[in-house]
Design a protein around this ligand. Structure first.
Ligand SMILES: NC(=O)c1ccc[n+]([C@@H]2O[C@H](COP(=O)([O-])OP(=O)(O)OC[C@H]3O[C@@H](n4cnc5c(N)ncnc54)[C@H](OP(=O)(O)O)[C@@H]3O)[C@@H](O)[C@H]2O)c1
Length: 426
């Protein structure tokens, strides 16, 4: 089977190596050789790994997509302007598509799947979520009959590395981020990792598959990890928690239909929970289902070879389907309704630096009271230069009440600095 590769960077060149090393084994299992027939890149002059046959290179993805001998397109170009058009053109030309493009898929998955259905081809994207961890196929096939209630993932390796270093080394955010950059876990511009948008894209894809409803990145409420301090970890540890950036997709079934909540936020996770033990750049996704109970998928969420392994699994399934004139069943219905912010309840920790003087607690409590926020516990962390650090732990409270109370607390002259609030994951 001749396939066309569009993009040959970290993942693309690993895929070429993998096919070179495992090609005979695959041919034996599949009954057919998989051959990379053309490779499109942006810059023909760029130096490349010796495994890449330069004679296959072209700077025109259109040339690869329109080649009648090529039956499948593997799109590994990333979130560039041409990526969506590349996938659409490949499907329009009757080719199956394998993509790792979480950015494009988190915006256009439902329409691309519909286009694939109409031309009776596949679009597979195992590598778009959690790199080498085989989650998408599990959601699409193994768990198809499950009534899933919740999926909670650590799906961004950069932020998990930063948070792990803060927790284990007791360092501040900037120092942990420099370490991540030094070791290649963070890109030069890590904005989309730190602000939660990368995790939100993955949450949208997971939710679409798990609940069979159209969810795009725009439907995902998100908060990133900026502003988390070493002292937040001290408080967390003292109370038996750690801090993790979670991508959460929940399904509430009602007689009238189903409602979804899809969010990304840093949370206080009990140290005893399996997700708390996911360290450094690893990814994990915790799935809760009606019949199956709790499952956890764990592994390397990025890196050339692990990601290429996920891509290769897709290539093999797509190749098998092409030869047997079949296609995968993916159901993504058009309409999804989402839980409004007012209906999201959790326990929160709210932390602030206040003047260490009489009457301050009463002023703060008054604000909590006016938003019907009930405090379960309060802790004073330290007093320095007349400023005390307080942390409040609430009972179940509406998210929007926390947001509104935080805005009011910031206005109080006795509050020197309001720190981030965290949801307690339960
Ligand atoms: N890296 C990971 O660990 C990882 C993990 C999970 C998912 N992914 C996903 O996998 C995909 C590929 O990631 P990567 O890390 O391999 O990216 P990368 O190293 O930046 O490689 C991108 C490749 O696309 C080519 N390209 C860009 N624009 C093009 C265009 N208009 N026409 C033809 N080729 C074009 C580039 O050409 P040049 O070589 O000439 O620049 C390069 O070969 C992305 O969607 C990413 O989100 C990556």
């Amino acid at each position: 089977m001749r396939i066309g590769l569009i993009g040959c960077g970290t993942v693309g060149s690993s895929l070429v190596s993998l096919l070179r090393d495992e090609g005979d084994l695959l041919a034996d299992r599949l009954g057919e050789q998989i051959e990379i027939a053309r490779i499109a890149v942006r810059d023909l002059e760029r130096e490349r790994d010796a495994v890449i046959d330069r004679a296959l290179l072209t700077a025109s993805w259109q040339e690869v997509v329109s080649d009648p001998e090529i039956e499948m397109i593997v799109e590994l170009m990333g979130d560039v302007p041409d990526a969506l058009e590349t996938i659409q053109s490949a499907l329009a030309a009757g080719k199956s598509v394998v993509s790792a493009n979480k950015a494009v898929l988190s915006r256009h998955l439902a329409e691309l799947e519909e286009q694939a259905r109409l031309v009776e081809r596949d679009i597979f994207f195992e590598a778009a979520v959690a790199g080498g961890v085989p989650l998408i196929r599990a959601l699409r096939i193994s768990l198809f009959g499950e009534r899933l209630s919740r999926i909670v993932g650590i799906v961004n390796g950069t932020t998990n590395f930063v948070l792990t270093r803060m927790q284990e080394d007791g360092v501040e955010f900037e120092e942990a981020l420099s370490k991540a950059r030094e070791l290649g876990y963070a890109e030069a511009d890590p904005t989309s990792d730190l602000d939660g948008s990368d995790a939100a894209a993955k949450a949208a894809i997971m939710a679409s598959l798990a609940f069979g409803r159209k969810v795009t990145a725009a439907n995902v409420r998100r908060t990133g990890i900026e502003g988390i301090s070493a002292s937040d970890f001290l408080f967390a540890r003292r109370n038996g928690w750690t801090i993790k950036l979670l991508a959460v997709a929940e399904h509430y079934g009602t007689a009238a239909g189903s409602t979804l909540n899809v969010e990304v936020f840093p949370a206080l996770v009990p140290s005893s929970h399996p997700l708390a033990g996911v360290r450094d750049s690893f990814n994990a996704v915790f799935v809760e289902g009606n019949a199956v109970g709790e499952l956890m998928f764990f592994g390397p969420g990025a890196g050339g070879m692990p990601t290429a392994s996920a891509v290769l699994g897709d290539v093999i399934e797509a190749a098998h389907n092409l030869r047997t004139a079949t296609r995968a069943r993916v159901v993504i219905q058009e309409k999804a309704s989402f839980v409004p912010t007012e209906a999201i309840f959790a326990r929160f920790s709210i932390s602030m630096e206040v003047l260490d003087e009489p009457g301050v607690l009463a002023r703060v409590s008054e604000v909590f009271g006016s938003f019907e926020i009930s405090i379960a516990r309060m802790e004073q962390l330290e007093v320095e230069d007349g400023v005390a650090r307080l942390v409040f732990l609430t009972h179940q409270t509406a998210l929007h009440a926390i947001d509104r109370a935080s805005a009011e607390l910031e206005k109080l002259e006795v509050v020197v600095r309001l720190h981030r609030s965290f949801r307690v994951f339960a």
